[in-house]
Write a protein that binds this ligand. Structure first.
Ligand SMILES: *[C@@H]1O[C@H](CO)[C@@H](O)[C@H](O)[C@H]1NC(C)=O
Length: 225
């Protein structure tokens, strides 16, 4: 009888307790560690110290679409981007984004999506990066970007590359700076090699949506601004 009870505990209960402990630990950890579907974040280029930015200012050349730049201010609301599923797709709110997933980055203030296409960028003659889409945030395949990283998921503490699906270029700062009317802002471009300078993008200052969180209007977005 004693042996029977003992083996019940060691064979079933202990592993179960251990499993639950580990499971809870790892899901606690994941909450803080990953960029998830629905996350609103800023993306900083660590080498240039610029945040990816857009605003209601059109390019005076190239496509004439809404311009995308890099700014050094940390408190600019025009630097917030929402992580959404690729055009025409959905993702589960709060689900961590796996490496090599195709996503859209929607500029929160104007609802347009980070976009690129075969137009020449205004300062450095690289590929132009713009913001595109209708008032509901619906654009086209040029809004699809692959999150390139070497871990399992897009981690908040590790820079990723963003590869434009249609043209296979990488989101980058060019190191060039605009004059008026957006003087001091950095040019953002698409370049052919991920090993080029200024292709790293690090998640910052986000409203990170967690897997167990209800919808944001139920005041459950965990603010880490
Ligand atoms: C990208 O965008 C187009 C919509 O124009 C869509 O049909 C396609 O499936 C998207 N997804 C990927 C993974 O490229």
């Amino acid at each position: 009888m004693f042996f029977h009870k003992f083996s019940l505990i060691s064979n079933y209960l202990l592993p179960l307790v251990l499993f639950i402990t580990l499971y809870v630990r790892s899901s606690e950890g994941s909450k803080a560690e990953y960029v998830t579907c629905g996350t609103i974040l800023k993306l900083i280029n660590p080498d240039l110290r610029l945040r990816l930015h857009s605003h209601d200012v059109k390019y005076g050349s190239g496509s004439g679409q809404q311009s995308v730049t890099g700014v050094d201010e940390s408190d600019d609301h025009n630097s917030h981007w929402a992580v959404r599923a690729a055009t025409g797709e959905t993702c589960k709110r709060g689900a961590p984004i796996k490496c090599n997933t195709v996503v859209r980055l929607q500029h929160v203030a104007t609802k347009k999506n980070l976009h690129s296409h075969y137009f020449t960028s205004p300062l450095s003659n690289n590929q132009e990066v713009s913001c595109y889409g209708d008032d509901n945030g619906e654009g086209d395949s040029g809004d699809n970007w692959t999150v390139v990283c070497n871990n399992d998921y897009w981690r908040r503490d590790t820079p990723v590359k963003l590869k434009h699906v249609d043209t296979a270029t990488y989101l980058a700062g060019s190191g060039r700076t605009f004059g008026r009317p957006i003087s001091g802002q950095g040019e953002i471009v698409g370049i052919n090699s991920q090993y080029g300078a200024y292709t790293d993008w690090q998640a910052k200052e986000g409203l990170f949506v967690h897997p167990s969180d209800p919808l944001p209007h139920q005041h459950a977005i965990h603010s880490e601004l």
